[in-house]
Design a binder for this molecule. Structure first.
Ligand code: FAD
Length: 327
């Protein structure tokens, strides 16, 4: 694989752990909706070792009651029907589908990529296609944007170092928040996860690790505001309560496009991953497709984007000038 040493990644590069070729994936696809599954059909059919992460039942496609504008289906079909057929189709060509959430994506020293899922399994891949759907990473908490970089961060790997031995909070209720809190242990022991008006929901593995490391879980109502004198110093809750802190790590929802982008230094535009026509991002080896790129949120465009991203990944890995396969 052509490795790239020129691009800058905001997150620290991780030492490459030697991975036997048989377990190294050619293409890791994050997202099991039309963008990710379409990409998987192409890469798996091109005989590339393809793994798709995500739960198709959490895709926007699955939430679509009726789809009446997708080519080849003159009678309206349901989103769940198309999603199930998409999974079957990708599997038929040999894609491995893992219905887990990716909580960490990093770049290794050798230009390959490391991924960790919510059951603590690690994977390595030569290329990554991000197809995580609409990105809703901003929490809407007052002053979140204004204090970003002034005590508010989206990336433990990038900024955890600045909070050594400090008292920090992670805002979020799921596996992604859990993983960020666990990564903070490299820097401090004073870590509290705030639920921000939701129920905590962690995989068994992450829950066990949080307990074993005495990370505090604090169920809070919605957090209304982050305030302080030019930097984050306290959180104001919707019931009037206050929580003092030295630092705030945002990890609301699942790790979506915005979270990955902020960690890796992927260029964004209006909160979407910036890609060219071929689905290439500014980081060689990382491609993106579907709603997370800001293309019109439609099944047809996501499928087309998935195809483009897959063809680009195939070209990168195979060095082919053009890839078409009509039989
Ligand atoms: C109610 C509704 C009706 C719609 N109707 C139509 C219609 O009639 N026609 C039409 O063309 N389009 C319609 N759409 C839009 C269409 O569903 C989307 O444009 C399309 O599903 C986008 O595909 P995608 O692959 O980009 O994202 P999604 O379908 O949202 O899939 C994203 C996938 O990424 C996964 N994921 C996210 N983060 C992670 C992570 N960290 N780790 C692992 N997996 C992750 C999710 O679980 C999901 O599987 C509708 C959407 C909705 C919500």
């Amino acid at each position: 694989m052509e490795t790239n040493t020129e691009h800058t990644v905001r997150g620290r590069r991780e030492p490459a752990v030697p991975v036997p070729e048989r377990t190294m994936k050619d293409v890791a696809i994050i997202g099991c909706g039309p963008g990710g599954l379409s990409a998987a059909i192409y890469t798996a059919r091109a005989q590339l070792k393809t793994i798709v992460f995500g739960d198709y039942k959490k895709s926007n496609l699955y939430k679509s009651h009726i789809i009446a504008n997708y080519l080849g289906f003159p009678e309206p079909v349901t989103g769940p029907f198309l999603a199930e057929k998409g999974v079957e189709h990708a599997k038929n060509f040999g894609s491995e589908i893992v219905p887990n959430e990716i909580v960490h994506l990093g770049v290794n020293d050798d230009g390959t990529f490391s991924l960790k899922d919510d059951s603590k399994k690690h994977y390595t891949a030569k290329t990554v296609i991000i197809a995580t759907g609409q990105s809703y990473a901003l929490s809407g908490i007052k002053n979140e944007k204004e204090l970003t970089g002034k005590g508010v961060s989206y990336c433990v790997v990038c900024d955890g170092f600045f909070f050594r031995d400090k008292n920090v909070v992670v805002i979020g209720n799921g596996n992604y928040a859990g993983e960020e809190a666990l990564q903070l242990l490299n820097y401090t022991k004073n870590i509290t996860i705030l639920s921000h008006g939701k129920e905590f929901s962690f995989s068994d593995e992450i829950k066990k690790d949080l307990e074993a490391n005495n990370i505090t879980l604090q169920k809070t109502p919605r957090i209304k505001e982050i305030s302080g004198n030019g930097k984050a110093e306290k959180l104001i809750l919707s019931d009037g309560g206050e929580i003092q802190t030295h630092g705030v790590f945002m990890a609301v929802g699942v790790a979506g496009a915005t979270a990955f982008a902020k960690k890796l230094g992927l260029e964004m535009e209006n909160n979407y991953i910036r890609v060219n026509h071929d689905g290439k991002t500014n980081i060689p080896g990382i491609f993106a497709a579907g709603d997370c790129t800001g293309s019109p949120a439609q099944m047809a465009t996501s499928v087309g984007n998935g195809c483009n991203a897959a063809l680009s990944a195939i070209k990168l890995l195979r060095g082919a000038k053009m890839y078409t396969q009509y039989n």
